[in-house]
Design a protein around this ligand. Structure first.
Ligand SMILES: [Zn+2]
Ligand SMILES: [Zn+2]
Length: 641
């Protein structure tokens, strides 16, 4: 009789299963831990009192994770048999786990206020890796000699056995604080604590602190109505502040607090946050040791939240907190949540490096990421951590500045690789499918089992001579141009002088007078609309294609009719949803498939996503699970071209 405890886990990342194994070892419990594609299973020989203690203890050492879901337990006469997923030990870039956090705030530990506290299952590891394979001599910590206590942990602490980046205040990275006159080096626990305390108080008193973190330089400050730089992110220092200041559903709250600590756009709620950030804001809960320790001291200084921007080392600020170790920072990862669906929108952190299946002798390159074979494993990571390798062929994204000098180099297009990445993730390579790639422009694709064809390409949009194109669209259009000029002379003038290379979303944002003149700006505005839809924006289909000029004309007429911006933005996405809902079934019928794939960042939008579920939900459209739905999926998809 076996006692089985299983928890749903939707990723091939191994840090949760590894942590469970390490914890079992630490408290000497006999358990077999297996990881399959969608769950982690713990198998016990018998149920005894030790087991109960283990399960209770597990609750305190396991972090919340984006990938973890419900658990269940049962008895079984037979040992469950499953296909284990391939895992290998790749450097992580997530927040510290509960055990490491405890050390950071325990005054008796060697890592009290030490920002680089981490273990085999957590923390900022990837920023210190200079090349593969992942061992200490291949990291920027190679010159730091471990103290005796750390050396002993490498053998005796189950959570840090052979941990490449082991360090503590005694033997680790020194940090220092500088202002215009002086420099303070932190040498012991007291200094480390003091440094963060001073930083927290400085921000509370309205000063700006530039700090080097595992994710590069960040400038921290209190945003005000007067000072709120573009691209500033709301850092929630106190988790109690979430419900006071933001409108979130439980899934969003859980995602922000997960050990992966993604970025998430959320609608604002409190008046003070609304005044500074507007209707919605990108939110972050502290994601590395430096930011986490600062957040603790911000709370002590009475602040629930502040802002930060990612920046360069020479950014102007009142104080600088710095350290000498170089860091290899990754693009942060944004997620999108709609009810129980969780999508990675864009970014590198959390998802990369990734271990993938690759039967071909091929290297792929896209958006500064590469898929390369290391010691028999295919790993996707940033280009600069790889050395030169032997390969039969190289596949490089069109437009990528990469000069590998290989004689067998192929160039590929984004939409093709994106579509293949989804088919590969869902084991549908070789089967016919319809695809919609929506990344600013909208393309309908067909995969015949061999190659991806752009079946209904987007009509090119040129933003120069805009009024001419709108004025001659149909009868009466010239009157609209005149009326618009009278009602919105400034917007009219701007639209009259556009360069030709702007996308339809930028132009729409300018038309609506949004602060953020991009697709993001429209998305953000749409998020604040809480009513029901109903506004029909004309997407006049010419040769079955979306007409950008008809679309803009329609928006302008509504604008003249005093329709609220957020209602309009919401409706824009709804209209795209309706259009997609019209074309997809036609294409699917024509080629005889029910497999529908959606790719591209534009799908990460509540009103569009909701509409798509209604119009083509019957096809159960497939999307990326382990890769971003946006551009970064290409490096994986290119393995299947
Ligand atoms: Zn840890
Ligand atoms: Zn040490």
């Amino acid at each position: 009789m076996y006692f089985i405890f299983e928890i749903a886990f939707s990723s091939n990342k191994s840090y949760i299963a590894d942590l469970i194994r390490a914890y079992a070892k630490q408290i000497r419990v006999d358990v077999e831990v297996l990881q399959a594609t969608d769950k982690i299973i713990m198998i016990f020989q018998k149920k005894d009192e030790k087991l109960e203690g283990f399960l209770l203890g597990l609750e305190t050492v396991l972090p919340a994770s984006l990938f973890l879901a419900q658990g269940k337990h049962y008895f079984s006469d037979e040992k469950p048999e499953l296909m284990p997923v391939d895992t290998c030990h790749l450097p992580l870039n997530i927040a510290p786990c509960p055990t490491c956090q405890k050390e950071m705030f325990d005054v008796s530990s060697r890592r009290y206020y030490y920002p680089f506290t981490s273990c085999n299952h957590c923390g900022s590891q990837h920023p210190f890796v200079t090349k593969y394979p992942y061992r200490r001599p291949n990291t920027s910590m190679k010159f730091l000699v471990s103290c005796e206590a750390c050396a002993s942990e490498l053998k005796n602490n189950a959570l840090r056995l052979d941990y490449p980046l082991i360090s503590c205040i005694e033997c680790g990275i020194a940090i220092r604080m500088l202002d215009k006159q002086s420099e303070h080096l932190a040498l012991n626990k007291g200094d480390f604590r003091k440094l963060f305390e001073v930083s927290g108080r400085a921000i509370a008193s309205g000063k700006q602190v530039l700090m080097k973190t595992a994710h590069g330089y960040r400038k921290f400050f209190k945003s005000t109505e007067v000072y709120r730089p573009a691209n500033s992110i709301l850092l929630m220092a106190d988790s109690n502040g979430f419900n006071d200041h933001l409108m979130m559903v439980t899934q969003e709250f859980n995602a922000l607090l997960s050990i992966e600590r993604p970025l998430l756009r959320v609608a604002t709620k409190s008046d003070e946050v609304k005044e500074v950030y507007g209707s919605s804001v990108l939110v972050k809960y502290p994601d590395d040791g430096m930011t986490m320790l600062l957040a603790r001291e911000l709370m002590n200084a009475g602040l629930q939240y502040i802002s930060y921007v990612t920046c360069e080392s020479d950014e102007e600020a009142d104080f600088l907190v710095d350290f000498d170790m170089p860091v290899n920072s990754q693009e942060d990862t944004k997620i999108f949540i709609n009810q129980d669906a969780k999508l990675f929108v864009s970014g590198e952190r959390i998802l990369f490096p990734a271990l993938v299946q690759n039967e071909k002798n091929r290297v792929t390159v896209a958006h500064d990421l590469a898929c390369v074979q290391i010691e028999g494993e295919s790993i996707i990571d940033t280009l600069d951590v790889f050395d030169t390798v032997e390969t039969e062929e190289v596949y490089v994204l069109e437009g990528e500045s990469f000069d590998g000098g290989h004689s067998n180099e192929h160039r590929f297009e984004q939409y093709k690789a994106s579509m293949m990445s989804v088919l590969a993730e869902h084991y549908k390579v070789g089967e016919k499918a319809i695809g919609v790639h929506f990344d600013g422009t909208l393309n309908f694709l067909y995969y015949n089992g061999k190659t991806v064809i752009n079946a209904v390409p987007a009509i090119p949009f040129e933003s120069d001579h805009l009024w001419e194109k709108i004025g001659t669209l149909r009868e009466g259009s010239d009157r609209l141009v005149d009326n618009y000029k009278k009602a919105y002379p400034e917007v009219w003038e701007r639209l009259n002088n556009l360069q030709g290379n702007m996308d339809i979303f930028e132009v729409t944002a300018i038309t609506l007078g949004l602060d953020d003149e991009s697709f993001e700006g429209i998305s953000a505005e749409a998020l604040s609309f809480l009513g029901k839809g109903g506004l029909q924006i004309d997407t006049r289909v010419k040769d079955n294609r979306f007409d950008n000029y008809a679309f803009l004309t329609s928006i302008m007429s509504y604008q003249l009719g005093d329709v609220e911006n957020n209602f309009m933005c919401y409706s824009i996405y709804e209209s795209f949803g309706d259009y997609i809902g019209e074309i997809v079934p036609q294409l699917a019928d024509k080629v005889g498939t029910r497999t529908v794939v959606l790719t591209g960042e534009t799908f990460a939008n509540q009103s569009l996503y909701g509409r798509i579920q209604r119009t083509i939900g019957q096809y159960k459209p497939l999307m990326n699970k382990n890769f971003p739905i946006g551009k970064e999926n290409a490096v994986y998809g290119a393995l299947y071209l």
